[in-house]
Write a protein that binds this ligand. Sequence first.
Ligand code: KIV
Length: 272
Amino acid sequence: MSVAKKQYKRVTTKSLVEMKSQGEKIAMLTAYDYTMAKIVDGAGIDVILVGDSASNVMAGHETTLPITLDQMIYHAASVIRAVHRALVVVDLPFGSYQSDPKEALRSAIRIMKESGGHAVKLEGGKEIKDSVKRILHAGIPVMGHLGLTPQSIYKFGTYTVRAKEEAEAAKLKADALMLEKAGCFALVLEKVPAKLAQEVAESLTIPVIGIGAGNGVDGQVLVTHDMIGMTHEFNPRFLRRYLDLYTEMTSAFEKYRDDVKSRDFPSDEEQY
Ligand code: KIV
């Protein structure tokens, strides 16, 4: 059963704000390559995030820090070639926007020009306010990202829930408001208490999309490889697995190996 209220031929930043005002939840997933993006887009997912989680998922790094701007552009361009409906948001990777607003703008322009992405996402609050404004002034839509911001993992020390204490929760609320006022079209809240996330979502007109932030926000995002069970060693409480592809793919590869070794594959029908 479909629960979409209005059919969007193409999802835009405006559609997302409209979805929030209509009470329609926003579905967002990651993709880093053409084939996956085609399936995700075909399934009617509203927003595709070319996340810097590609650093973990595609390249096997422990953190999101090593991925480069060139690599993000490669992933984003592959995704864009597959997508007909979803809004494609591309992460600005670590080191491509933190040093100054001019560098941030240059990086955002490269993403838009070289990949064809529709918007960029940056992690952080008031520390990056000037960069966010500069990018927005150039006409590039910006999605914010607060709470657990993986590019700052060495500052946090762990991937545990953020903003449980009053002072951090107050800063998060102020940052969220600042990002909305600056002109961001949406905000990701990662791994924060559900009550706080709901308060933030209710206080903003722009959509708040949660990951590990409960059900009181305006939409949800998951890393696709996690929700289809390819990354079976990652088991946070917030993750719902819709498939167990790790097990299914392993069985398929084992069966293929056995078929090759036993000369069962290829059969007479499978050759010329
Ligand atoms: O990079 C990513 O996949 C993300 C999501 C976890 C929101 O930023």
